[in-house]
Design a protein. Structure first.
Length: 91
């Protein structure tokens, strides 16, 4: 069974789906970080070196195991050759 199949199966449970939706923006941010690094063609170690930090810090950031500051997110984006912007949507 693929990861997507497992995810889709789990999301049929209303409680799981509600919790997943609470984390949707965090998942989107992680996806954007990974996309930036992938498009730049860098390893975690290369991004870490460009940011002046450790590979383990980049790993924690990319796995959602940290609470990064805006400054850290900007440094990550710049290290990958991207600009970062904030978009506001009224709910």
């Amino acid at each position: 069974m693929s990861l997507n199949e497992i995810k889709n199966r789990a999301l049929t449970n209303p409680e799981v789906k509600a919790e997943y939706e609470k984390l949707e923006y965090e998942f989107d941010l992680i996806d954007q970080l990974l996309t930036m690094r992938s498009k730049a063609g860098f390893t975690q170690a290369q991004v870490a070196e460009r940011m002046g930090t450790s590979k383990s810090n980049i790993s924690r950031l990319e796995h959602g195991n940290s609470n990064p500051s805006w400054s850290t997110l900007l440094k990550y984006a710049h290290a990958c050759g991207f600009e970062l912007s904030l978009k506001l949507n009224k709910i």
